[in-house]
Design a protein around this ligand. Structure first.
Ligand SMILES: *Cc1c(COP(=O)(O)O)cnc(C)c1O
Length: 400
C-alpha cells in the first residue's frame, strides 16, 4: 500500500454544531466579531479559526477542504465553483506575465483552450509536449518556466503521467508540478508521488451524482494561504468560491468515493476485457496491451483499480454515432459528456470534450475521430450491459 486515502478521510472527526454526525451548514456570507480587534487581525490573516467573509473562507467549505487535503495528503485545500476555476486560479497563482508553462498536449478540452488561447493574451507562454517523452519535457524547459502541467491519466487517451520522474525534473529546475487528478481520485495520490499542486473537477467522480459543477485545489498551506490572501490571492480576488450548501452535499458523497471507485474500476475492467476479446481496439490502462499498464500498476494505490474510463476506436464518426445511438436505445447508458456518474455515459471525444483541440493536433496526439469514450457506471449486472453492447456491435457488423 502506497497511501490509503479512504482511511485518512474516515479518520477525520467532523461533527455538526449540536453533535450532528454531519458537519453543520453555515449559510452565511458574513460573520460577526465579538472583539473589534479580531476583525483587523483576521484581515491580516492572523486570527486562527475566525471567519471573515464566505468568498474568503466558509466553515462548511473548510470541512470539505480538510477532507480533500486528507485524501491527497496535502497540508491544505480550497474548494471552487468548478473544475475550470480550480485549474485557472491555481495556474494564475503560479505564473505571471513573462513566465512560461509546459503542458501535456493531451488535456481536458477546456484546459487546452485556456492554455492555448487565454494565457498568451496575458503574455504567458505555453509549450505543448508529449508528457510520456521525458527528454522532450527537459528540452522544453526555459529559464522562465514556472509550471509543468499534466493530468495523472490524460483525457481521453488514458496516457499515464510518470509523476515521480516529472516531479524530480521539475524540482531540480525550480519548477512546480501541477496535476489534474480528476480521472483518478484515490487511485493516484499525486502529492505523495511528488506533485506540488493537485486540482480536481469534483463534478466528476468525487461528487459522482452529476447534480452540480465544482472543483478543488489541494496544496501546501502556504500555497492555499497565498491563493486566499485578501490583497493578492487569485482565488480570493477572482472569487470562484463554492456554495456551502453544495459543499455539504459533496462532502457526504466524498465519504462513499472509495467504494464507488472500486465498482467503477471493476466494471470498466470487465467491459474493456470483453470488448478486447471480441476484437475491438480498446484503450484502458488496466489492459496489459496498454502502453502504460506497467507504469499505472507501479504508481497506483492499492484497492481502487485502473479507473472507470476507457475508450474504443471505431475509426469513423459515422460508425461511432450509429454505435452510440444503438447502445443508448438498448439502455446501456446515456450519450452525454462528463464522467464519474452512476450510469454509464459515452461520447465522441473528438466532437465533444476535446473539440477545442484543432483537428491536426487531435490526429497528432492519436485521437481518432471515431474514438468513443466510456465512463462506466456502477451497474450491478455488468455482464448484461456487455451483452447489450455486443448486440449493437453485431447489428453494425463490427464483430461477428
Ligand atoms: C470536467 C473536467 C475539467 C473541468 O471541470 P468543470 O467542473 O467542468 O469545470 C477539468 N479537467 C478534467 C480532466 C475534466 O474531466
Amino acid at each position: 500500500m502506497k497511501y490509503d486515502p479512504a482511511t485518512r478521510i474516515q479518520e477525520l472527526k467532523q461533527f455538526g454544531e449540536f453533535g450532528g454526525v454531519n458537519p453543520s451548514i453555515t449559510d452565511s456570507s458574513t460573520y460577526t466579531f465579538l472583539q473589534a480587534h479580531d476583525m483587523e487581525d483576521t484581515f491580516h490573516g492572523h486570527a486562527e479559526g475566525c471567519f471573515l467573509y464566505s468568498r474568503h473562507w466558509n466553515p462548511t467549505n473548510k470541512y470539505l477542504a480538510d477532507a480533500l487535503a486528507a485524501m491527497d495528503d496535502t497540508e491544505s485545500a480550497w474548494v471552487t465553483s468548478s473544475g475550470m476555476a480550480a485549474i485557472t486560479c491555481a495556474l494564475l497563482q503560479l505564473c505571471k506575465s513573462g513566465d512560461h508553462v509546459i503542458t501535456s498536449v493531451t488535456t481536458y478540452g477546456g484546459t487546452y483552450a485556456f492554455l492555448k488561447n487565454w494565457l498568451p493574451k496575458y503574455n504567458i507562454e505555453v509549450s505543448f509536449v508529449n508528457i510520456s517523452d521525458i527528454e522532450g519535457i527537459r528540452k522544453a524547459i526555459q529559464p522562465n518556466t514556472k509550471v509543468i502541467y499534466t493530468e495523472s491519466v490524460t483525457n481521453p487517451l488514458l496516457q499515464v503521467s510518470n509523476i515521480p520522474v516529472i516531479a524530480k525534473l521539475a524540482h531540480v529546475n525550480g519548477i512546480q508540478l501541477m496535476v489534474d487528478n480528476t480521472f483518478s481520485p484515490m487511485i493516484f495520490s499525486p502529492k505523495v508521488l511528488g506533485a506540488d499542486v493537485v486540482v480536481y473537477s469534483m463534478t466528476k467522480f468525487i461528487n459522482g451524482k452529476n447534480d452540480c459543477v465544482a472543483g478543488a485545489i489541494c496544496a501546501s498551506k502556504k500555497f492555499i494561504d497565498d491563493l486566499s490572501n485578501v490583497n493578492d490571492g487569485t482565488a480570493m480576488l477572482l472569487g470562484p468560491v463554492l456554495d456551502p450548501i453544495r459543499s455539504s452535499s459533496i462532502l457526504k458523497n466524498l465519504n462513499t468515493l472509495h467504494i464507488r471507485m472500486q465498482q467503477h474500476s471493476k466494471n470498466a475492467l470487465y467491459l474493456a476485457q470483453q470488448l478486447e476479446a471480441v476484437g475491438l481496439n480498446v484503450r484502458y490502462p488496466g489492459l496489459k496491451i496498454h502502453p502504460d499498464y506497467e507504469l499505472h500498476t507501479s504508481l497506483m494505490n492499492k484497492y481502487f483499480g485502473y479507473g472507470g474510463i476507457f475508450a474504443i476506436d471505431l475509426k469513423t464518426v459515422e460508425i461511432a454515432e450509429q454505435f452510440m445511438q444503438g447502445i443508448q436505445d438498448k439502455g446501456v447508458g446515456y450519450l452525454a459528456v462528463s464522467l464519474g456518474y452512476f450510469k454509464t455515459l459515452f461520447s465522441l471525444s473528438g466532437k465533444s470534450t476535446s473539440s477545442e483541440i484543432p483537428k491536426d493536433v487531435q490526429k497528432e496526439m492519436g485521437l481518432s475521430e471515431g474514438l468513443v469514450r466510456f465512463s462506466v457506471g456502477l451497474d450491478h449486472n455488468i455482464e448484461k450491459i456487455f451483452e447489450l453492447i455486443k448486440l449493437v456491435l453485431e447489428d453494425l457488423k463490427l464483430i461477428r
